[in-house]
Ligand binder design. Sequence first.
Ligand code: ZN
Length: 246
Amino acid sequence: MRIGILGDIHANVEALSAVVDALRRERVDTWVQVGDIVGYGPEPSACIDIVRELGCITCLGNHDAAVLGLLDTSYFNNFARAAIHWTSPRLRPQDLEFLRSLQLVVRTPTFTVVHGTLSLPEQFGYVISAVEAIESLDQQETRLCFVGHSHVPAIYLRRRDQPNEIHMVNHAEAEISYRGFDQVLMNVGSVGQPRDEDPRAAYGLVDTDLEVACVKRVHYDIAGVQRKIRAAGLPDVLANRLGLGV
Ligand code: ZN
């Protein structure tokens, strides 16, 4: 199985289209999306359409929950909250229906999908170090788990007989073999708003036959989406940060 993994698309259709083109060239047969299709960016409905057309196995992100009114936005920063208030009234009924259908955790025989962490997924905690990785891995029943939320890619590997020993790969791009490891927790980074100081769109690719996991990057039309963000009246900072990857 070759799995293409998208995450934190954040209504950035320019970035999403570039990633989908790149993954099609990789002959992906299974598509996964780890949450936050909407929020921050100017084209939420177009991104939802693409995710649905691809047949992505999809979980609910905190921004997806917020536009549905399922999450208190008081802990969001001002720009994130402004984008939620911009997005909610612009979603079509079918968008809301689709987002409402999403679960916090999706389990398949091969992998698990969750936005933040398997440790209390409804609280949307972040996996940003080995400490949080261990807490999530302790709840992980499949060999593979895909997450997002931090917008920073990282792969955590663990052997069953060494539960406190985490092998971590956190480069902007990576290709690693997970042969010999019992658990893989992969943060695929963000398609639509990378925050690791690399402004290229990030995505994941896993080949379960070869036991190889990759974090990949692709250039996209950043200036194009910046223009749309400003034209939409969304906060300027949301356009500026895309150019910096922060
Ligand atoms: Zn996000």
